[in-house]
Design a protein around this ligand. Structure first.
Ligand code: G6P
Length: 608
């Protein structure tokens, strides 16, 4: 949700900032802007719409001179996505420019206070109060570092800020509270950004800034201070992946690339954790589940749906009650959570505001917390008692694919691990399940290879304006994610229903030609699904079925069929979703949608 980037070095800053912003565009793309320091003055350019508009306006950055600067790509919260509301924001005297990711909750009170002081506001944003506070405290102290510290101390809410000051050439400042921010360590040049993808072309050496810390950055030096202004020594981490991971690599869209990467991503999640036929999670003690009476899985969006799918295996194998709850709901209830509860939170980015709040809420109630997260060093990874990283590599497309499947795989692995620790499965079943986990990557590859007809199907079905997904058991959980995938990138209305629930209302919407995607891979419930398929067919629906490879009975009812390879029924989720991801992708492509950057969405949702 908004991306920020900063640079100081010997090169021209503007092209570097623009390239960094392009890599952060998945965080928001309503408008963008950059500000660059040159000869004691700040020059700035902003444009509404995607970053390409800003590139055009600035001749790819050639029109802004200077070797230190800050940039921003916006997902609008306060004020429409206009040029005026776009960041950076300037102080009235033009000496400070600021970019901000997050929300300043007390901005109304600060705005009134600053207006009384005579500051004039140009935009409707919450961010603009920050730049006037900087101006106020700089005039009072003459010390830029102190001004940044004092301004930050007045802010309530979440922020990652980048600041430049016309009177401090070659210097950029970065400060954070509850929004992601990392520093990039180069040679004769240094950086900050919302995440690694913006910096990986320049450096793999990263410092993770913690909440309340701020950094003063020059071409040769990064100094990190705590909120009292005392310098701190920070470790430098080396990023484990290369620039290619953040590029399209010949694919038309990041989403397609990331779908195709799933076998590799799953292998990276699963293989290193199986040693001599046994599952081991780093940091989890042998008696991890001692005293646990209930597991609550909480997350947002697709991560929540990964939890819905993963729940079946945990409950089935461990025989512990598992509840799933949206993080945005959990945080505002008075949930029955105590020291006998294990909270599993799931988040690709590790920065989703509601998920962070759910962890805090449950920790305060004494629960043990385990996070399944993709981004190393993210807020949720640091907040939870234990972490299982998904090792999917950077995910750029807003609609998650490999993020989701690796989350499901991590949950499936945890189910087997926990069941064994609790003594609830036989050694033979354990060995068979470990084997099933190991075969997941190749089965996902098979699910990709089996369904070459999907582009054709999308041509046939893309102008259906309203669709339904139906399934039972894990197949139902897959429907939830398949339906979300389709609606978020193709803008078609779609809903997922537990197949047995159709007759309680939704069947009223089934009519001639309505497309019903019927996921029927759960063999034990196949006959029940066939009855539901017959019910919708009898009312004129067209049926696109997803079934196990080799199933012939489906041909008597379905209009079209997608196949997935046979395997352990408890671990079908990561396999079954693959044709539905591809279907969503090709439907969106047929409809000419901006697949990697769907309208109104952002990948990292750092607001409530
Ligand atoms: C946004 C993204 C979704 C994602 C959800 C949760 O809505 O567009 O793809 O599932 O946030 O994100 P997280 O990073 O916590 O998994």
């Amino acid at each position: 949700m908004c991306g920020i980037v900063g640079y100081t070095g010997a090169q021209s800053a503007a092209p570097i900032l623009l390239a960094g912003l392009k890599n952060l565009e998945y965080r928001g793309y309503d408008s963008a802007g950059i500000a660059v320091l040159d000869k004691g003055a700040i020059s700035m350019a902003k444009a509404s719409g995607q970053i390409k508009n800003l590139c055009q306006k600035t001749n790819d950055g050639a029109e802004l001179h200077g070797s230190a600067g800050i940039g921003h790509t916006r997902w609008a919260t306060h004020g429409a996505p206009t040029d005026t509301n776009a960041h950076p924001h300037l102080s009235n005297d033009g000496k400070f420019a600021v970019v901000h990711n997050g929300i300043i909750e007390n901005y109304m009170a600060l705005r009134e206070e600053l207006m009384e002081e005579g500051f004039v506001f140009a935009s409707e944003t919450d961010t603009e109060v920050i730049v006037h506070l900087l101006d106020l405290y700089f005039k009072a102290t003459g010390d830029c570092k102190l001004a940044v510290m004092k301004a930050a101390s007045r802010l309530e809410g979440s922020y990652a800020l980048g600041v430049i000051c016309a009177e401090r050439p070659g210097r950029v400042y970065a400060v954070k509270e509850a929004s992601p921010l990392i520093l990039g360590v180069g040679i004769g040049e240094n950086f900050f950004a919302s995440d690694v993808t913006a910096l990986i072309a320049h450096t793999k050496n990263i410092i993770y800034l913690d909440d309340g810390e701020f950094a003063e950055i020059t071409p040769d030096r990064i100094t990190v201070y705590d909120c009292a202004g005392t310098p701190k020594k920070k470790p430098i981490f080396r990023v484990a992946w290369d620039i290619e991971a953040a590029e399209k690599g010949g694919y038309e869209h990041f989403m397609l690339k990331e779908i195709m990467e799933q076998p590799r991503a799953l292998k990276a999640t699963i293989e290193p954790r199986i040693k001599d036929g046994r599952i081991a999670f780093e940091g989890l003690p042998d008696d991890y589940l001692a005293g646990i009476e209930k597991i609550v899985i909480s997350a947002c969006g697709s991560a929540y749906y990964a939890g819905c799918a993963g729940r079946y295996a945990i409950e089935e194998l461990c025989r512990i009650p598992v509840e799933t709850e949206l993080a945005s709901e959990l945080r505002y209830r008075n949930p029955l959570i105590d020291e006998h509860t294990l909270l599993i939170v799931i988040s690709q980015s590790g920065e989703t505001a509601d998920t962070i709040a759910a962890v805090r809420e449950c920790k305060a109630r004494g629960a043990k917390t385990l996070a399944i997260v993709n981004v190393v060093g993210s807020t949720i990874a640091k907040l939870a008692d234990n972490v299982i990283y998904t090792w999917a590599g950077p995910e750029i497309a807003v609609a998650t694919t490999k993020g989701y499947t690796t989350q499901v795989a991590a949950l499936n692995m945890f189910a087997v691990y926990a069941a064994e620790r609790l003594g609830r499965i036989s050694p033979e079943r354990y060995a068979a399940l470990v084997e099933a986990l190991r075969s997941m990557p190749e089965r996902v590859q098979r699910a990709i290879d089996l369904n070459k007809n999907i582009p054709e199907l999308a041509k046939r079905y893309h102008d259906n304006q309203s669709l339904f997904f139906i399934g039972r058991n894990i197949d139902y959980a897959i429907c939830l994610e398949g339906s979300l995938k389709l609606k978020e990138i193709s803008y078609l209305h779609s809903e997922a229903y537990a197949a047995g629930e159709l007759k309680h209302g939704t069947i009223a919407l089934i009519e001639e030609g309505r497309l019903v995607i019927s996921v029927a891979c759960h063999e034990a419930l196949f006959d029940k699904m066939m009855s539901n398929i017959k019910e919708v067919k009898a009312r004129g629906a067209k049926v696109l079925a997803v079934v196990l490879e080799g199933n012939r009975r489906i041909f008597s009812e379905a209009d079209d069929v997608l196949f997935v390879p046979v395997g352990e029924p408890l671990f079908m989720a990561a396999i079954e979703i693959v044709p539905l991801q591809l279907f969503a992708y090709h439907m969106a492509r047929e409809n000419g949608c901006d697949i990697d950057k769907p309208k109104n969405l952002a990948k990292s949702v750092t607001v409530e």
